[in-house]
Design a protein around this ligand. Structure first.
Ligand code: ACO
Length: 278
C-alpha cells in the first residue's frame, strides 16, 4: 500500500550515534496532531523500536512548537463528520501511539522545544524523561475552547504534579514556562533553547552505555509500581528481574565481576563497561 507523501512528511526522523531524533513535523501548524500524523508516528515507532542502530529515542518538534495538541480541524471537526465511528478511530490512532511509547523498548526522552498543549501531554508523559527549553509553554488549554482535558491529559497532570496545581492548571487555562514545569514535575530540567539539544544528547549518551535489558525492565518497573501496594511492588520487581535475567543472563554477572573482582568501576558512581561483556 502506498502512503500519501503528505502523511509521510508529518514526522521527521534522523538516526545518529545511536539516537533516533524523531520530530513532529508540521511546523506551520505548530505540530498539532492530525490523524495523518498519528498514523505516521505509529509507523515510525514500529520501524525504530528494534533497530540495532537505535538505543535511545528523542521526541521533539520542528519550528517553534513541540506540539500544539490535537488538530482542532482535522482531528476533531473532520472526524466528527463520520459520527462516533470516526471519533473512535481517531482516538484509537492517537492513544495507540502514546501507549506504544509509554511501554517502548528503548529509553525515550521528550525534548520540549516550544509550545506543548492539551493532547501533547499524552506523548510528554509517555516519554521516560523530559527536558524543556526555559521559554517553552505548557498549557491545558482545553478549558479555553470549551472541553475538559481528555485524551489522558487530566490524568497526566495529576500523575505529574500536585492536586492543587493540576486543578488550577486545568481550570484556569493559564500556561507555565519550562522553569515552572520543572518545579511542578512536568519535566526533569529546563535549559536555554540553544543548550537543549546538547544536554539531551549528553543524557542519551549516558543511557547508551547502560545495559539495555536492565533499562527496559527499570522503566517499566517505575511506571508499574506507582499503582501497586508495597508488597505487590516487591513481588513484581522480583518477577521482573527474573524475567530480565532470561534475556540477559551475562550482563548482571559481568556488572558484579567488574566491581567485585576487577575493581574497574563502582556501581554507585557509574555503569560497568558493556563492551567487555561476552
Ligand atoms: N489545531 C489546529 N490548527 C492549529 C492548532 C491546533 N491545535 N494550533 C495551531 N494551529 C494552526 C493555526 O490555525 C494556524 O493555521 P493557519 O496558518 O492556517 O491560520 C497555524 O497553525 C499557526 O498558528 P498560529 O496561531 O498563527 O501560531 P502562533 O505562533 O501565533 O500561536 C499557539 C501558537 C499559541 C500554539 C496557537 O496556535 C494556539 O493557540 N494553538 C492552539 C493550542 C491549543 O489549545 N491546542 C489544543 C489543546 S486541547 C487538545 O489537544 C485536546
Amino acid at each position: 500500500m502506498t502512503i500519501d507523501p503528505v502523511e509521510l512528511a508529518t514526522v521527521a526522523v534522523t538516526v545518529e550515534n545511536g539516537i533516533a531524533w524523531v520530530s513532529f513535523n508540521r511546523p506551520d501548524k505548530r505540530n498539532c496532531m492530525s490523524p495523518r500524523l498519528n498514523r505516521q508516528m505509529m509507523r515510525v515507532l514500529d520501524d525504530l523500536e528494534f533497530r540495532e542502530d537505535v538505543g535511545v529515542l528523542v521526541l521533539t518538534g520542528e519550528g517553534t512548537a513541540w506540539s500544539a495538541g490535537m488538530d482542532l480541524k482535522e482531528y476533531f471537526r473532520e472526524t466528527e463528520v463520520d459520527g462516533l465511528g470516526g471519533t473512535r478511530k481517531a482516538q484509537r490512532e492517537s492513544y495507540g501511539w502514546w501507549r506504544r511509547l509509554r511501554w517502548y523498548q528503548k529509553p525515550t526522552i521528550a525534548m520540549v522545544n516550544g509550545w506543548c498543549f492539551g493532547g501533547g501531554y499524552g506523548p510528554l508523559f509517555a516519554c521516560d524523561l523530559a527536558f524543556a527549553a526555559e521559554d517553552a509553554q505548557f498549557g491545558l488549554s482545553e478549558i479555553n475552547w470549551g472541553i475538559l482535558p481528555g485524551g489522558g491529559a487530566a490524568k497526566v497532570a495529576t500523575e505529574l504534579t500536585s492536586f492543587r496545581r493540576a486543578m488550577y492548571h486545568a481550570m484556569m487555562g493559564e500556561n507555565i514556562d519550562g522553569k515552572t514545569a520543572v518545579e511542578w514535575g512536568f519535566v526533569n530540567e529546563a535549559l536555554p533553547l540553544d543548550q537543549l539539544k546538547a544536554r539531551v544528547a549528553e543524557v542519551a549518551a549516558v543511557l547508551l552505555k547502560k545495559n539495555p535489558v536492565a533499562l527496559k525492565a527499570t522503566k517499566d518497573s517505575i511506571r508499574r509500581v506507582r499503582e501497586m501496594t508495597y508488597d505487590n511492588a516487591e513481588d513484581y520487581l522480583i518477577r521482573a528481574q527474573e524475567a530480565a535475567n532470561s534475556y540477559d543472563s551475562e550482563g548482571r554477572k559481568e556488572g558484579i565481576k567488574q566491581f567485585i573482582d576487577d575493581k574497574t568501576y563502582k556501581p554507585g558512581l557509574g555503569a560497568y563497561d558493556k563492551t567487555k561483556q561476552r
